[in-house]
Design a protein around this ligand. Structure first.
Ligand code: SF4
Ligand code: SF4
Length: 502
């Protein structure tokens, strides 16, 4: 990397973002330490003044790392941009040794003992005692493998509660931060999307205690109980979500979840794709992949085609996409429009280009002609085979949901006279929290804020009350000695008698 000092305005963005501190500012001009520089290209991307120049040859004593698409050039004694690999006398060495589970045991922390992993009974159908300082409705005891175990259960009303709905689809569901409505009432917002999924957050204490609280509580509960719920997203579609089924987006049922991003799809199917066409482009709003420039394509012996795409290239053959109503959730409506330029000195007459999405559901094949234009041609058998391979590897588009709530407040009084001791026991894995028998994940830090997959809780077990709050079946299971130590309501404890099945 070189600096064109005439263009450099001394803003320091390159020095701030260089991962190996190879850039410094001298007299308000960037200066690059060539020996430290890994040629990662970060400075090139952050410089807004076009003052960084790339393109020199790799230093003779450097090693090209192939652990990621950046392909750092690492000089002797130096580390790569990720700080994991170092060039030690001409060998790339992973700096952190491979860790055994024992090495990390202390960090991972304790697990609950086998005897307390399952509740003696669930809280489904248990009812609620009010006020909270009364003992919980059922405190039951059982001897397991010689150990006395206690489970305390309540159907607990929780005003700090919400549901995170995961919709496995590439179809845009609005922008992050967009409001979500039931009818005209705001019930949630669109969250940061996850890999192949859009995330909707419905509920939360501020909405539950706001003017739309009843409909918010009802919506969270209905989704948790796997009922179909109609939603409208501010800058997005109308949709119907039902946990366990496909989303219905503007009247159409979602079909497939993508197999991976455009780059991952390239990595998965490059040997097939290289047979399907001379160039393959996989449109994706996250990372759009281009075979001939992608490492996987080159590994599968794809030839250069001279094609460059319109999107910004992150690393060779991996382009940051955009969002819209077109192919792969991008703004590209006519797929051929993704091609930004073709170097006619490299492209050849009859060169074929297959454009598809990460689900392989749509595909078009084009041919580059003597007139230097692309024309669409019928899909070949090999191209169809490749699209089918992608499509058949996709999971169905589906809705799932995580209920999240805080039970670290007054509800603890039904369990123990010393609520802080229950919180500590939960975090120390001495008291196991379950929801309808399903293990909850307790968030770190203070309080008892937990999450549970609603599909692991018996259907119809969530309720709501006009306080407003959602009601969740919650169990704490622990050894009797720990329950006594925390000041539990042992006077209300009873041996567990299983009810005869109806
Ligand atoms: S290419 Fe990477 S390592 Fe080299 S100076 Fe730029 S940011 Fe630093
Ligand atoms: S980011 Fe560009 S303009 Fe800013 S200091 Fe670095 S080279 Fe100069």
């Amino acid at each position: 990397m070189k600096v064109n000092t005439e263009n450099c305005i001394g803003c320091g963005f390159c020095a701030r973002d260089c991962p190996v501190d190879a850039v410094s500012l001298v007299k308000k001009k960037a200066v690059i330490n060539d020996h430290w520089c890994t040629h990662c290209g970060v400075c090139l991307r952050v410089c807004e003044s076009e003052a960084i120049l790339a393109g020199e040859d790799r230093p003779r004593d450097s090693i090209e790392c192939d652990a990621c698409p950046i392909k750092c050039w690492i000089n002797d004694g130096q580390v790569g941009a990720c700080h994991r690999y170092r060039n030690e006398d001409g060998h790339l060495v992973r700096l952190t040794p491979l860790h055994s589970f024992e090495d990390v045991l202390q960090t991972v922390g304790p697990e609950p003992r086998e005897v307390i992993r399952r509740p003696v009974t669930t809280a489904i159908g248990s009812g609620t005692t009010y006020p909270d300082c009364k003992p919980a409705p059922h405190i039951v005891r059982e001897n397991r493998q010689g150990v006395d175990v206690v489970t305390v259960v309540t159907e607990v009303p929780l005003s700090y509660s919400s549901i995170i709905v995961k919709v496995d689809t590439d179809i845009p569901l609005g922008r992050e931060g967009d409001r979500i409505y039931v009818g005209k009432r705001e019930v949630g917002m669109v969250e940061t999307e996850q890999y192949g999924s859009k995330m909707l957050h419905i509920g939360g204490v501020n909405r539950l205690t706001g003017k739309n609280g009843f409909i918010v509580a009802r919506t969270v509960t209905e989704i948790a109980n796997r009922k179909p719920v109609k939603l409208k997203i501010e800058n997005g579609p109308r949709l119907v979500v039902r946990v366990g089924g496909p989303p219905v987006i503007d009247g159409e049922a979602g079909a497939k979840m993508r197999v991976g991003c455009g780059s991952a799809t390239m990595g998965l199917f490059a040997p097939l794709l290289v047979e399907a066409a001379d160039e393959v482009i996989i449109l994706d709003s996250h990372i759009t992949g281009q075979m001939s420039r992608h490492v996987a394509g080159q590994y599968a012996r794809a030839k250069p085609t001279g094609i460059l795409l319109k999107f910004d290239e992150s690393t060779p053959g991996r382009y940051f996409g955009d969002h819209g109503g077109g192919w792969g959730g991008t703004s590209i409506i006519d797929p051929i429009d993704i091609i930004g330029s073709v170097d006619a000195k490299i492209a050849w007459n009859g060169m074929t280009v297959l454009i598809t999405e990460t689900t392989g559901q749509n595909g078009k094949l084009y041919e580059w002609g003597a007139d230097h234009q692309f024309k669409e041609i019928p899909m070949s058998d090999k191209a169809r085979l490749a699209l089918e391979a992608i499509s058949n590897s996709c999971e169905p588009s589906r809705v799932s949901a995580i209920y999240i709530a805080g039970a670290g407040g007054s509800a603890r009084a039904g369990v123990t006279k010393f609520p802080i001791k229950l919180t500590r026991a939960v975090h120390a894995a001495k008291a196991q929290l379950t929801v309808g028998g399903s293990p909850g994940y307790v968030l770190p830090g203070g309080g008892i804020t937990f999450m549970v997959d609603v599909e692991r809780v018996k259907e119809g077990s969530f309720y709501w009350t006009p306080t407003p709050a959602t009601i969740c079946p919650l169990e704490y299971t622990m050894e009797l000695k720990d329950y006594e130590e925390m000041g539990g309501h042992v006077e209300a404890m009873k041996p567990f008698k299983a009810r005869k099945p109806r």
